[in-house]
Design a protein around this ligand. Structure first.
Ligand SMILES: *[C@@H]1O[C@H](CO)[C@@H](O)[C@H](O)[C@H]1NC(C)=O
Ligand SMILES: *[C@@H]1O[C@H](CO)[C@@H](O)[C@H](O)[C@H]1NC(C)=O
Ligand SMILES: *[C@@H]1O[C@H](CO)[C@@H](O)[C@H](O)[C@H]1NC(C)=O
Ligand SMILES: *[C@@H]1O[C@H](CO)[C@@H](O)[C@H](O)[C@H]1NC(C)=O
Ligand SMILES: *[C@@H]1O[C@H](CO)[C@@H](O)[C@H](O)[C@H]1NC(C)=O
Length: 193
């Protein structure tokens, strides 16, 4: 990806393109920067906004935008941005020791849906707009939905309930470095007479 740079010219980009980082909404995004500590205050830009930076106890406080000050913690040579939200998406540039590294952050939000059919069955769907591998599981009233109650298809993205049962359904998504629960859905099927 060709990203117009806002960082100073002495900050040299090593060959290679921006690394895609995917994170589930509410979980942490890890930018592997391979830096053990901050000798100098690193430079950073987010979506081409220069950020003003402060280093406090091996964490960075980045002010990239009038409304969003964010902490980035250094953990295991990665910068960790906690509780990411959709608005954290975009292009991140860091400059350490005159070397520039680029990342593109994508934040995944699962989409859930429930549909009742006139014959008393129902479909639940849970999906994430990503080609990365993720694991989908369903809970009913906080217990794992079992195969007697439901036919689980497409690796958990789709569930057919043979009969609708009262209770709260929650989809859980596990990603290589993140986990999230969706808001609960309560099935309310009305079948008329
Ligand atoms: C960001 O900072 C660099 C270096 O100080 C400067 O050349 C560039 O114009 C700035 N970019 C923006 C968008 O302010
Ligand atoms: C950055 O430079 C300092 C001082 O020259 C050096 O000690 C440090 O290891 C360098 N860090 C990286 C990530 O290259
Ligand atoms: C750091 O890496 C070690 C070894 O890979 C791992 O055991 C540990 O959980 C990691 N810590 C964090 C905070 O990610
Ligand atoms: C119930 O209706 C749905 C949607 O029309 C259909 O796909 C499903 O096979 C039906 N199930 C039974 C047990 O009749
Ligand atoms: C789930 O909990 C609700 C409220 O406590 C209860 O009415 C319902 O019967 C429970 N459903 C199942 C399948 O246990």
């Amino acid at each position: 990806m060709d990203v117009p740079s806002s960082l100073p010219a002495f900050c040299v980009l090593l060959p290679g393109s921006a690394t895609m980082i995917g994170a589930l909404s509410g979980s942490s995004a890890k930018f592997p920067i391979r830096v053990e500590n901050f000798q100098n205050v690193p430079k950073m830009s987010w979506n081409n906004n220069n950020c003003s930076m402060a280093v406090v106890n091996d964490a960075l406080l980045a002010d990239c935008h009038s409304s969003s000050k964010r902490w980035l913690k250094l953990e295991n040579s990665s910068l960790v941005l906690q509780s990411v939200e959709k608005q954290d998406e975009g292009n991140y540039e860091f400059c350490f020791n005159d070397t520039k590294v680029l990342f593109t952050l994508k934040v995944y939000e699962p989409i859930i849906d429930a549909r009742c059919f006139p014959n008393g069955t129902a479909d639940l769907t849970c999906d994430v707009d990503s080609s990365e591998s993720m694991m989908f599981k369903w809970l009913l009233n906080n217990s794992r939905l079992d195969a007697n109650e439901a036919c689980i298809k497409a690796g958990g993205k789709k569930v057919r309930l043979e009969k609708t049962v009262p209770g709260e359904f929650v989809c859980t998504v596990t990603h290589s470095h993140g986990f999230m629960r969706t808001r609960p859905i309560v099935l309310s099927c009305s079948y008329g007479e």
